[in-house]
Design a binder for this molecule. Structure first.
Ligand SMILES: [Zn+2]
Length: 212
């Protein structure tokens, strides 16, 4: 019933993860309703955004320069690195305003049953590039805290196991403290569904993980 080009735009919107047919159709038809100057401005900005936005060379979060606002801020504790799976996790934690450390976005967690190995994640950027420099510049009484903020489950366990093995092989046990979120969280929690109060409690009430 709708003209072909409208259906094609709806199809294109549906390529955005999480956007279903109904929302895609609504967005498409809303776009058609926009005044031409507003429409042109939107399309131009989306184009520019795609051209200029890249990922921070340190942590992997969005930025429009080489290094993001969080990594370049002097008020951030560079000895705290919160490991998250997705850039949206950073946004969720930042909203709570209780965390003043830095992040490392892994993009994917290791999951051998899904054929996802360490090379497909950003974990080696952390372990092989980011941590050695940091450890070399530590004073004797300082440590680096890695805070684990993964959706609990098999891939989180595989990723943790890799991190622990790496730390053991490098003999970094006395230099790196691994903490995970509070015990009070549901076993298979999903960071996307955590409310702010739960994230705050989880960050403030962290537990150490032994690397033996
Ligand atoms: Zn960064």
């Amino acid at each position: 019933m709708l003209p072909a080009i409208i259906l094609e735009v709806i199809d294109s919107f549906q390529k955005i993860p999480g956007l279903g047919k109904r929302s895609s159709q609504k967005l498409t038809l809303d776009l058609l309703e926009l005044q031409l100057d507003n429409y042109n401005e939107l399309i131009a900005k989306v184009q520019t955004m795609k051209e200029v936005i890249k990922f921070c060379s340190i942590c992997g979060f969005f930025c429009d320069r080489d290094v993001c606002n969080i990594c370049s801020s002097n008020s951030r504790n560079k000895h705290q690195i919160c490991l998250v799976e997705k850039t949206t996790d950073v946004l969720n934690i930042e909203k709570t305003q209780v965390y003043s450390g830095t992040y490392h976005v892994l993009n994917k967690l290791i999951s051998p049953i899904d054929n996802i190995f360490v090379q497909q994640t950003k974990l080696l950027d952390l372990l092989q590039l980011r941590l050695p420099d940091k450890i070399a510049s530590l004073k004797p009484d300082q440590t680096i805290e890695l805070i684990i903020f993964f959706k609990a489950g098999f891939s989180a366990d595989s990723t943790m196991a890799y991190i622990k093995d790496f730390i053991r092989q490098k003999n970094w046990q006395s230099k790196i403290l691994i903490t995970k979120l509070a015990e009070g969280l549901p076993l298979y929690y999903n960071p996307d569904n955590l409310d702010q109060a739960t994230i705050i409690r989880a960050i403030e009430d962290r537990r150490n993980i032994e690397v033996v």
